[in-house]
Design a protein around this ligand. Structure first.
Ligand code: PLP
Length: 570
């Protein structure tokens, strides 16, 4: 194995993310944000972009979910051993937390591409003898604990991460903050860019915010005010101490509370949202800032089922590192597309049988819905009018659900419970299943194996969404509210179908639940089911369009090239 020091030979982009989802063996992610980070890193490795990623090791793992007979979610630790997959680096650094010195070490994981590219990923860890017991637990739980715990984790990620990179000898061209969690790194950079200026009275310090901003790139993911991390300044003073003078900090991060998004916005030369619509929403949330948009993606090879991998390999060799080639999907015969899809479907149905004992049917239109059970995603929307749904279905519809709620998200858990309640109640009239413990491995089976991918968030809260891109790349058309990436990917009846009004026809704050549900039922009944059952060639053309007009473009290879040209080299 290459010595880690070779990675210090080139100047690198440092990519900071509180969660990174690379594989199921390393359970340090909770959902879309972490998987995006993992997919970004994999594409960077494929494309040989000189990147290094930094995250926390979250030793207790993001939880394993079980569901009881009442449909209630239970959480279990999912501990893992970094030493099984990673190399402990010999250099440590220190951060100060509540006036205690806390040692920070890092585990090195190498993401290797078949192209020969490698991206090192550092998993920061404070579970070190000599650290106070409470500090040894700071890198245990992803999004666990209280606000103070969260602030301490952000100190380790941002300040500890930046210091460790220096201590290891890395030269960094840009610091890329994936969401605001890492924005305290700007305080470390401010200290490095401080100049002492003499004047007649005293020695004064000049804080060069421009010089910091020149080094920073910030990607925001949150489309609502309440979603951004905020810490009261008395807590910040107690825990973080004095990194920079508080008047300066309040200027940069907010008068009343430290808002990590504001801090990152003020200290980044390049800022972007994660879809065109989200860029606009972010500009409205933070007037006065220039906010660009780079639409998210997914890593092609990671998310294509084995059935489509062999199909693409046969007809479009080279597609995995050049997904643009999928634009020529029409040269693949219909039968081959259908056979590959039926392979993925059979694989899913087998998995469902093995894990739940439930038998679904191969030739019945199967709708999938799986993602974090956050309330805005409205997982139970399809059950708004169960009688209507059952009447439309008439035995010719199946539903597959999945998703975890954050342990502290009671309304999210109630959504899961309502879905499972409906499945119980109507189970003899519509086949449906809630798959427990949704994670990368489950997603990899579930998404390619359904016939239609459903997505019905409250607008404009789905900043981008990526599971629909995974579906498209596997020839599974989207049936989705026009929000996030789908506004850019949707051509009605060509790449898939919309639910509800066009973005420009939605008033902010309007409750569209009833009309969205009605539109969902109408389109399912009058357009989607007739096409699926009566015009198989027409359906396969939509599958091909999902691949050729969505999949070829909405991937992290395309996305990474845009980050390189717009943000990293700028
Ligand atoms: C892709 C993925 C997500 C993101 O799904 P969205 O629909 O974009 O929210 C979440 N969890 C897992 C396990 C995934 O694979």
């Amino acid at each position: 194995m290459e010595d880690w020091k070779v990675y210090t030979h080139r100047e690198r982009i440092a990519y900071f993310s509180m969660e990174i989802g690379l594989s199921q063996d390393i359970p340090t992610y909770s959902g879309g944000l972490g998987i995006l980070a993992g997919d970004t890193i994999k594409s960077a490795a494929d494309l040989k972009v000189p990147l290094i990623a930094i995250t926390l090791c979250h030793r207790k793992g993001y939880f394993r979910q079980t569901l009881d007979e009442h449909g209630w979610q239970h959480e279990h630790p999912r501990p893992w051993q970094p030493e099984k997959y990673m190399e402990l680096l010999p250099v440590k650094t220190l951060v100060s937390i509540e006036d205690r010195d806390v040692k920070v070490q890092a585990w090195l994981y190498r993401v290797k591409s078949p192209t020969g590219g490698v991206v090192p990923v550092l998993f920061l860890d404070t579970d070190i003898p000599g650290n106070a017991d409470q500090d040894r637990r700071l890198t245990d739980h992803l999004y666990g604990g209280d606000l103070a715990y969260r602030l301490k984790q952000e100190i380790i990620l941002g300040i500890g991460g930046a210091r460790l990179l220096s201590a290891l000898g890395f030269r960094i061209r840009k610091y890329h903050m994936n969401e605001g969690h890492a924005s305290l790194l700007t305080l470390e950079l401010l200290n490095r860019c401080r100049r002492h200026v003499e004047d007649s009275w005293d020695e004064r310090t000049a804080w060069d915010t421009q010089m910091v901003a020149d080094q920073c790139v910030f990607t925001t993911h949150t489309p609502v005010e309440a979603g951004h991390d905020r810490f009261p300044y008395d807590m910040v003073e107690r825990i973080l101490g004095k990194q920079v003078p508080y008047p300066l900090l309040r200027e940069l991060a907010g008068k009343d509370e430290l808002n990590t998004t504001l801090l990152a916005l003020n200290l980044s030369r390049y800022v972007n949202g994660v879809a065109k619509k989200h860029g606009e929403v972010s500009k409205a949330l933070f007037p006065g800032f220039e906010i660009h948009a780079i639409t998210n993606g997914i890593h092609p090879f990671t998310w294509v089922s084995p059935y489509f991998v062999s199909l693409y390999d046969r007809y479009l060799p080279g597609w995995a590192n050049e997904p643009e080639m999928l634009v020529r999907v029409d040269l693949i015969p219909d039968d081959d597309i259908w056979d590959a899809h039926m392979g993925a479907k059979a694989y899913l149905l087998q998995y469902i049988r093995e894990t739940t004992g439930i038998e679904l049917e191969t030739d019945v239109l199967t709708i999938g819905f799986a993602r974090r059970a956050a309330t805005y995603k409205r997982g139970d929307l399809i059950f708004t009018d169960p009688e209507r749904l059952l009447a439309i279905a008439g035995g010719r519809l199946q539903l597959v659900f999945g998703g975890k709620a954050h342990p502290q998200d009671t309304p999210g858990k109630e959504i899961i419970q309502r879905i499972i309640g409906n499945i119980r109640k109507y189970g003899d009239r519509i086949r449906a299943v809630y798959l427990p413990n949704y994670n990368m491995e489950v997603a990899y089976r579930l998404i390619p194996g359904v016939d239609l991918w459903l997505n019905n968030p409250i607008r404009p809260l789905e900043a981008s969404g990526t599971s629909g891109m995974k579906a498209a790349l596997n020839g599974v058309p989207n049936f989705s509210v026009l929000d996030g990436w789908w506004i850019e990917g949707h051509i009605e009846g060509v790449t898939g179908w919309s639910i509800g009004p066009k973005p420009k026809d939605v008033k902010p704050e309007a409750d569209t639940t009833e009309s969205d549900a009605r539109d969902l039922y109408d389109k399912l009944e009058k357009v989607i089911m007739p096409l699926y059952y009566r015009d198989r060639a027409g359906w396969i053309q939509v599958m091909k369009n999902a691949i050729g007009k969505n999949g070829y473009y909405f991937n992290t290879h395309v996305m990474m090239r845009r980050y390189v040209t717009a943000a990293y080299l700028a």
